[in-house]
Design a protein around this ligand. Structure first.
Ligand code: NAD
Ligand code: WQD
Length: 384
């Protein structure tokens, strides 16, 4: 229940109990932000509030800080209830100073079977949300985008730069000092999920152009993996994940007999595909940095995209070795054909985020594997 004269400033986190949202909520609390989480629990469990609270309270106690306020509203971010939240907070003299939007559907395969459900949640929901934010004068908006927006550009084998995908035609000066035209648009997006992230960014860029007072940040995540080192806050979805780390985790738990390694004939150092695996704690801190940077730099473009990755590509075989090192066990694996729609390598250029957000990653793939393995060994009921 919101006190009648609450009078606090909050960051609102939509989808804040999901994998990345829960780790980000923790980092926001540690940084002193009061947080309002909205989640409909479609891909998470309410119990995740417990480890968030425990870890934030432990941190604040150790650091001699006052624990900020954490509020949770179980609701669809597209609902009328959600629209009513803003006047409710205003009536309590509270202020929502920024919104981080994680709430979306994210399965590539499911998006091909249910494109309209994906567009409804990831696009229609976003547009209506932006109208509500405008009505309530909220300017600072951080959006969960994805390296998937670069599409086939990843096949060119170079680290992906934010300028590889722009939303308006731009001129730029090339290495030879010549003026060139960069044409907006993305090529080789292979699924409705990926397209939903691309369309969402384009909509955000249009809004930012029409309303230059907006501060919209699109964070293009590479491959988020790992979990809090305590193991009590971790990836715990309702939907069965098909990504590499959770699949290895299922194999190590004996829930799946072996890992299928999709493709061993890529042009990489060991033939398996390369990805830029970013520890979710580093990623979470990237959101705190993005929120602060948007506030601190009023002359910034009203729409700005940043890659959140490490800049270091690791192969699937190297990930398996990291798990074997962490667990001192063999990961049963078989070579299988390439998975449809995959690219051989996808690695971030990290300079823009380093320079403009003052943020960089600290953890490598060994720590990602170690923390995932550690969480696997925590009792199932540790969240209760
Ligand atoms: P997640 O499914 O764990 O988290 C999303 C959360 O949003 C869930 O808790 C879900 O219950 C909630 N949600 C979904 N629709 C909702 C709605 N209509 N109303 C309220 N809550 C709703 O996913 P995640 O891995 O934490 O991803 C977060 C965001 O980052 C998503 O937008 C995703 O597309 C994007 N992203 C994820 C990855 C990845 O590999 N995990 C990579 C790039 C981008
Ligand atoms: C990584 C590598 C697989 C499973 C996906 C989405 C992307 C983004 C992040 C949201 C690939 C290989 C995997 C397995 C394997 N999500 N692999 N065996 O495909 O890079 O990105 O998640 O925005 O949009 O496409 O991640 O973890 O699925 O795969 O060999 O059982 O591991 O082929 O080379 P991906 P991933």
């Amino acid at each position: 229940v919101l006190p009648a004269d609450d009078g606090k400033h909050y960051v609102m986190v939509l989808g804040g109990l999901g994998y990345i949202g829960s780790h980000t909520t923790l980092e926001l609390l540690k940084d002193g932000y009061n947080v309002v989480v909205v989640d409909d629990l479609s891909n998470c469990f309410e119990e995740v509030l417990n480890p968030i609270r425990i870890l934030a309270e432990d941190y604040c106690r150790e650091q001699g800080l006052i624990m900020p306020t954490l509020r949770f509203h179980k609701m669809d971010y597209r609902s009328e209830q959600m629209r009513q939240l803003f006047p409710r907070y205003a009536a309590a003299r509270s202020c929502i100073t920024g919104v981080i939007h994680f709430a979306a559907f994210k399965s590539v395969a499911e998006s091909i079977e249910r494109p309209l459900a994906y567009y409804q949640n990831n696009i229609c929901g976003l547009v209506d949300l932006l109208v509500t934010l405008q009505e309530n004068g909220i300017k600072n908006f951080v959006f969960s985008s994805s390296a998937t927006v670069y599409g086939a550009k990843a096949n060119e084998g170079k680290p992906l730069r934010e300028d590889d995908l722009v939303h308006f035609d731009e001129t730029y000066i090339d290495e030879m000092g010549q003026e060139c035209l960069r044409i907006n648009g993305s090529k080789g997006l292979t699924c409705p999920y990926g397209r939903s992230k691309y369309f969402a960014e384009a909509i955000l860029a249009d809004l930012a152009k029409a309303d230059p007072s907006m501060r919209i940040t699109a964070l293009r995540y590479f491959n988020p993996v790992g979990c809090h080192p305590s193991g009590i806050l971790r990836e715990d979805p309702r939907q069965k994940p098909t990504n590499l780390f959770p699949v290895i985790a299922s194999v190590m738990k004996g829930k799946k007999p072996q890992l299928e390694v999709f493709g061993s004939d890529w042009e990489t150092r060991d033939g398996t595909a390369i990805r830029d695996f970013i520890h979710v704690m580093d990623l979470a801190q990237g959101h705190v940095a993005a929120l602060a940077a948007a506030k601190a730099n009023p002359s910034r473009d009203s729409f700005r995209a940043y890659n959140l990755g490490t800049g270091n590509g690791m192969t699937v075989a190297e990930v398996i070795s990291s798990f074997e090192k962490a667990s001192m066990q063999k990961v049963p694996a078989v070579l299988a054909p390439r998975r449809a729609g995959d690219v051989g390598a996808c690695v971030a250029a990290t300079q823009r985020a380093e320079t403009e957000l003052g943020w960089t990653t600290a953890k490598g793939v060994d720590e990602c594997a170690r923390d995932t393995w550690n969480a696997l060994n925590m009792p199932e009921d540790c969240l209760a």
